[in-house]
Design a protein around this ligand. Structure first.
Ligand code: ADP
Ligand code: MG
Length: 228
C-alpha cells in the first residue's frame, strides 16, 4: 500500500513571469523570465546583485504590482483572475506579511500600536492580546510602549517582524531585512526569521548578500531579470 502523503501544494508559483516598465523606447525589462515555486514552511532566499529585479519580484509576489506576462499562483489562486484592487488588498492582508530594509514603522506610535495597526479587521481586544504575544515572541515584552526613536535598529526590525505576523500570514516576505543593521544585529534578525520558520512560518528573504544563501532550503538566483 502506498502511504506516501501527497506533495503539498506550493504557496507561490511563478510561471514564466515578465515585468516590463515603461513603453516605446524607454522600456525596462525588470524581470524577463522568472519561474520558481515556494513550498509551504520553507525558508527561501532570493539573491542577486543590485538592479537584477529582486524588488520587482517582491512587488509581484506581494500583489503590489502585476506581471506583464506569465502566471502567478498564490496559495492555489490564479492571481490574474483577481479582478479588483480591493480583492487584491484583502488577499495581501490575509496571506502576506511584509518586512522592509527601512522598518517602515509609524514614528508617533508605540511598538504595540505599530504591531496592532494591520489587524484592523479583528476585534480590538484580540488584536491587543495578539500584538502583545507577538512582541514577546520577538523578545520585546519590555518595549511595548516605546516609540521607534526610543529603540535600536534591531529592536525596530523586531517590531516590524511582529507587525508582519499580526494577521497570521501564509508567507512572510522580507526585502533586505538586515540592510540597515550592523552584522551582529543582522545575524540576530536572521536567527529570529529562522526560528519563525522552524515553527512553520513560510519565509522568503530577498538580499544582495550571497552569504545568506547558506540559511536557505531553496536559493533562487536572479541575474538581469532571469531566475535560476
Ligand atoms: P533590485 O531590487 O534587484 O535592485 P529592482 O527590481 O528594483 O532591482 O529593479 C530592476 C530593474 O528595473 C532596474 O533596472 C530598475 O531601474 C528597473 N525598475 C524598477 N522599478 C521600476 C519602475 N517603477 N519603473 C521603471 N523601471 C524600474
Ligand atoms: Mg531592491
Amino acid at each position: 500500500m502506498n502511504k506516501t502523503a501527497p506533495k503539498p501544494q506550493p504557496v507561490i508559483v511563478f510561471d514564466h513571469i515578465a515585468k516590463i516598465y515603461g513603453t516605446g523606447g524607454s522600456k525596462t525589462h525588470a524581470v524577463k523570465n522568472a519561474t520558481f515555486e515556494i513550498e509551504p514552511a520553507s525558508f527561501t532566499v532570493i539573491v542577486g546583485p543590485s538592479g537584477s529585479g529582486k524588488s520587482t519580484i517582491l512587488n509581484l509576489m506581494g500583489l503590489l504590482d502585476q506581471p506583464t506576462k506569465g502566471e502567478y499562483w498564490l496559495d492555489g489562486l490564479k492571481t490574474a483572475d483577481i479582478s479588483s484592487d480591493n480583492q487584491r488588498a484583502i488577499l495581501r492582508r490575509d496571506k502576506l506579511g511584509f518586512v522592509f530594509q527601512q522598518f517602515n514603522l509609524l514614528s508617533r506610535a508605540s511598538a504595540l500600536q505599530n504591531v496592532m495597526m494591520p489587524g484592523i479587521y479583528s476585534r480590538k481586544k484580540n488584536r491587543q492580546e495578539r500584538a502583545t504575544y507577538l512582541l514577546k515572541e520577538v523578545g520585546l515584552s519590555h518595549r511595548l510602549h516605546h516609540r521607534p526613536n526610543q529603540m535600536s535598529g534591531g529592536e525596530q526590525q523586531r517590531v516590524a517582524i511582529a507587525r508582519s505576523l499580526i494577521n497570521s500570514p501564509r508567507i512572510l516576505l522580507a526585502d533586505e531585512p538586515t540592510g540597515n543593521l550592523d552584522s551582529k544585529t543582522g545575524k540576530a534578525i536572521l536567527e529570529l526569521l529562522q526560528e519563525l520558520n522552524r515553527n512553520g512560518q513560510t519565509v522568503v528573504v530577498i538580499t544582495h548578500d550571497d552569504s545568506l544563501a547558506d540559511l536557505a532550503h531553496k536559493v533562487i538566483r536572479v541575474k538581469d531579470g532571469v531566475t535560476s
